[in-house]
Design a protein around this ligand. Structure first.
Ligand SMILES: [Zn+2]
Length: 113
């Protein structure tokens, strides 16, 4: 596996957490432990969310703009396929709102989309 930078690790942790909140909140079945790269704590996700997260992690860790990365929100490339991009927006908005309601302001989603 390629090197995971600190910034990648933070981004993966963030998207992973949002995906986990989404999966849990929608009571998806068959949730199981999903390993993350870079020594991050595993998450509990259903197979569908695990696939989605694998896609997001793959995109993030192969970002060609790593060195000068502003944020995915301000990115010129927008490497996600349209359907995945729509889904990540939906997950970030839904889980972001939910975290705010729960007072989890340590997770701020302005970084993504
Ligand atoms: Zn799920």
């Amino acid at each position: 596996m390629q090197t995971i930078t600190r910034q990648m690790q933070q981004d993966i942790r963030l998207i992973g957490k949002f995906t986990e909140v989404w999966c849990d909140g929608h009571q998806h079945g068959q949730r199981q432990s999903v390993e993350l790269p870079g020594g991050l704590a595993p998450l509990r996700l259903c197979p569908v969310c695990a696939d989605f997260l694998a896609y997001a992690v793959m995109k993030r860790s192969s970002c060609p703009l790593e060195a000068q990365k502003p944020s995915c929100k301000n990115c010129k490339i927008h490497c996600y396929a349209a359907s995945q991009r729509a889904k990540v927006k939906q997950i970030m908005a839904w889980s972001g709102r939910r975290m705010i309601l729960k007072g989890r302001l340590d997770y701020i989603w302005h970084y993504f989309f």
